[in-house]
Write a protein that binds this ligand. Structure first.
Ligand SMILES: Cc1cc2nc3c(=O)[nH]c(=O)nc-3n(C[C@H](O)[C@H](O)[C@H](O)COP(=O)(O)OP(=O)(O)OC[C@H]3O[C@@H](n4cnc5c(N)ncnc54)[C@H](O)[C@@H]3O)c2cc1C
Length: 385
């Protein structure tokens, strides 16, 4: 991917924003278990950063997805994974289907404020008894007059305690689990919506995650995104950007862990020389840096060079990069933590935070095994072929 002046301008803006507005606060937000999403998103919205690839009619920059990849990659410089994940929910997980299939009115009412940073949003797919198997969700949205009446529970929802609206996947009819679902925009201030306490998590500690309960929640049918019954397909499509975001966001995060480890091991001495001077250490870091560069090549080629920006289906490559980002994330942070010795085991060292935060990549948004299943299907080797 050749970066032009606009790509570089976005990269520089994001980097400067992170240095000034985010990283000085991440230690405090990690301790509090939440960050001020409204405040931060408004500042990002003012710079146009929440709508890089969103249509200009709704306040976006209207640029192709290669610019969004540059944005996502730069977010890897945030020293707390929870903040970058929350931004990604707003830009790449909860709003792609709304931007593509939402009615004009729905986009004016919800997409435009999300792009401006006036509203915070969440994507609500997972449930207590259905995570990997999205087709098994039980939440229902049943038509009654001009409304849908929603009942059910959503689980592990990022941004939910601060969200103004969610993009909800629910069953809108009986029948085949792949054609009975719809995506619906649900404002969070409606009667009948309640939340659990924030979850206490292994990592991503600056991000708020909770359960959402729906008890006879009425939402107008005009809040349906696109066509009723196509929600499962829209969500599978929406997962593409979530997975590309996850992989692009891992690149600089992992490089930072490698850089921090080089710095630490260069000054830490054992047996009369630096830890870094042991060949086993610097060779391993060289190997890991090579792997990160290979992941970057996959992200760039699938999304930017020729495929995603030209409207091609990148399901297989998006699954590959998500799988690789999860596995490599575990490898890099685990290997690096080892070279920090006892310091690596301390809660507040950057490598230990990255180890905890990065662990989610192999689970959230489709676990490694789900990615392997999709890749196998595309290879024609799955038993369902
Ligand atoms: C911090 C955090 C934030 C999240 N944010 C959101 C959010 O904003 N919105 C949202 O909708 N969801 C969110 N999730 C949910 C997340 O997407 C799910 O946890 C994930 O999809 C896995 O579902 P599950 O936890 O139910 O795992 P399960 O489906 O119970 O699976 C457990 C494990 O079994 C294995 N497994 C599953 N299926 C197979 C298979 N076919 N073959 C082999 N092995 C298999 C995998 O290793 C998997 O990890 C979040 C989760 C966390 C932890």
């Amino acid at each position: 991917m050749i970066l032009n002046k606009e790509h570089l301008a976005i990269r520089d803006t994001v980097k400067a924003f992170i240095e000034k507005e985010i990283n000085p606060h991440t230690n405090e937000w990690e301790k509090e278990g939440i960050f001020p999403a409204h405040d931060l998103f408004k500042k990002m919205g003012d710079l146009g950063l929440l709508g890089i690839s969103k249509p200009s009619e709704y306040g976006g920059m209207g640029l192709d997805y290669s610019y969004q990849v540059v944005f996502s990659e730069e977010l890897g410089l945030i020293s707390s994974g929870g903040v970058s994940m929350a931004i990604g929910v707003q830009t790449d997980m909860a709003t792609p289907a709304l931007a593509k299939y939402g009615s004009d009115q729905l986009r004016k009412d919800f997409l435009a404020p999300a792009v401006a940073g006036d509203m915070v949003c969440s994507i609500a797919v997972s449930e207590p008894s259905a995570g990997s198997d999205v087709s098994a969700i039980k939440t229902k949205a049943i038509k009654d007059g001009d409304d849908y009446v929603i009942n059910g529970t959503k689980m592990w929802i990022t941004n939910s305690t601060q969200a103004d609206f969610i993009c909800l996947l629910a069953n809108t009819s009986e029948g085949s689990p792949h054609s009975n679902k719809s995506l619906i925009v649900v404002p969070m201030d409606l009667p009948g919506i309640t939340l659990s306490d924030r979850f206490d998590k292994l990592g991503m500690r600056s991000s708020d995650t909770a359960q959402i309960f729906f008890d006879d929640v009425r939402v107008p049918q005009r809040n349906l995104i696109g066509t009723e019954g196509k929600g499962f397909r829209y969500q599978m499509e929406q997962f593409q950007e979530e997975r590309i975001f996850g992989a692009a966001g891992a690149l600089k995060m992992l490089e930072q862990v490698i850089k921090d480890t080089i710095e630490y091991t260069a000054q830490r001495k054992a047996f009369g020389k630096s830890i870094l001077d042991n060949q086993v250490v610097h060779f391993r870091l060289a190997e890991l840096q090579t792997e990160v560069e290979l992941l970057r090549a996959l992200v760039y080629s699938a999304t930017a060079t020729e495929e995603y920006i030209n409207g091609e289906d990148v399901t297989m490559k998006a699954s590959m990069m998500k799988l690789k980002a999860g596995r490599l994330g575990r490898e890099v942070t685990d290997s690096c933590l080892q070279y920090w010795g006892g310091m690596g085991y301390m809660w507040d060292t950057p490598v230990s935070r990255a180890f905890r935060d990065g662990r989610l990549t192999s689970i959230g948004g489709g676990a490694d095994e789900i990615m392997l299943g999709i890749i196998s299907k595309h290879m024609g080797t799955s038993p369902s072929r």
